[in-house]
Design a protein around this ligand. Structure first.
Ligand code: 6GU
Length: 236
């Protein structure tokens, strides 16, 4: 998969070279291009924002640098571009959407700052590319950079060859085969730590009992923390 990121803070993306995503890059599963939007400005101050028409607080990102950036990325002529625009006004980013994005050949993350990007850039993108405006949740970040990092990590770990044991993908919270339950609690050695014992059933060697206990734990945890994931009668 090819991933391009456009931002006025390209340094935000240095951590992508760490850990699992870093390995996906060094092994060639992911090809990453990080681009400074200011490279597509032409004035002395490399201006990327301006005051909003109609008034109001904050600044809006100007359309011209974005237009040139997208044109330049398209001219790399790699694969059809799927544009991801992180914004608190977007559709909720979910595991299902992560799987959908993981099937694309080329993702381009357009990171807005301030009050966002001039709407005409989005309209232009919708006309020329596939576009996903996504939100991480109901809170406000200062820009799309941290949100892009989250989306990239969620997507890249789904690519074939990135995770050693693909079975672990199917078991985790929010994965489709999991009836949308939160994951059960996990334990490892030692069997007693600071006086706290590992639940006896996990030491029993009875796989049926273990599976039953884990499901009960997952349902109870989901009922307490995320009742919205359960059907109205509270059943999984
Ligand atoms: Cl995707 N962007 C910004 N700026 N804030 C957010 C967000 C995205 N998701 C939640 N808050």
């Amino acid at each position: 998969m090819r991933i391009d990121v456009v931002s006025i803070f390209p340094d935000y993306f240095a951590p992508l070279h760490l850990s699992l995503v870093g390995k996906a890059i060094s092994s060639g599963i992911v090809e990453l291009g990080v681009h400074d939007l200011r490279g597509w400005t032409h004035d002395r101050h490399n201006t990327t924002d301006d005051t909003p028409y109609g008034g109001g607080a904050g600044m809006v990102m100007k359309p011209e640098p974005w237009g040139e950036a997208l044109d330049a990325l398209e001219e790399l002529d790699l694969a059809p571009m799927t544009i991801v625009v992180p914004t608190p006004a977007g559709r909720p980013f979910t595991q299902e959407l992560a799987y959908e994005l993981a099937a694309k050949q080329r993702l381009v993350f357009a990171c807005g700052r301030y009050e966002g990007i001039d709407q005409r850039v989005i309209d232009h993108c919708v006309e020329h590319y596939e576009v996903f405006e996504v939100s991480l949740g109901d809170y406000v970040l200062n820009g799309g950079e941290v949100a892009s990092l989250a989306v990239i990590e969620a997507v890249v770990r789904l690519l074939p060859g990135v995770i050693g044991n693909p079975e672990s993908l199917a078991e985790e919270s929010h994965s489709a085969g999991n009836e949308s339950l939160l994951e059960y609690p996990n334990y490892t050695k030692p069997p007693v730590w600071r006086g706290r014992e590992v639940p006896q059933v996990l030491l029993s060697g009875n796989h049926g009992l273990v599976a039953k206990w884990r499901r009960e734990q997952a349902v109870e945890r989901t009922r307490r923390r995320r009742p919205d994931l359960l059907t109205p009668d509270g059943r999984a």
